[in-house]
Design a protein around this ligand. Sequence first.
Ligand SMILES: [Zn+2]
Length: 75
Amino acid sequence: MTKSKTSKRRKTRPSTDVAAMYVCDSCGEEIVVPVDISAGTHQDYVEDCPVCCHPMTLHVDIDADGEAHVEGAHE
Ligand SMILES: [Zn+2]
């Protein structure tokens, strides 16, 4: 007899984390950042570059397809 297990790991909502990429102004590296698209279609925040630790202001835009676009601005 086989018992079917009900998975409780099912997500209650679709994934709200997408990956977006920007190019660091200081070192020129391509940085991939996770973006929480549930936080709004326009987000601005400062994040230190993981490569060179230079603080960058990130302007995040979420388009209608739920895709995130990040633009890094030098502070
Ligand atoms: Zn950098």
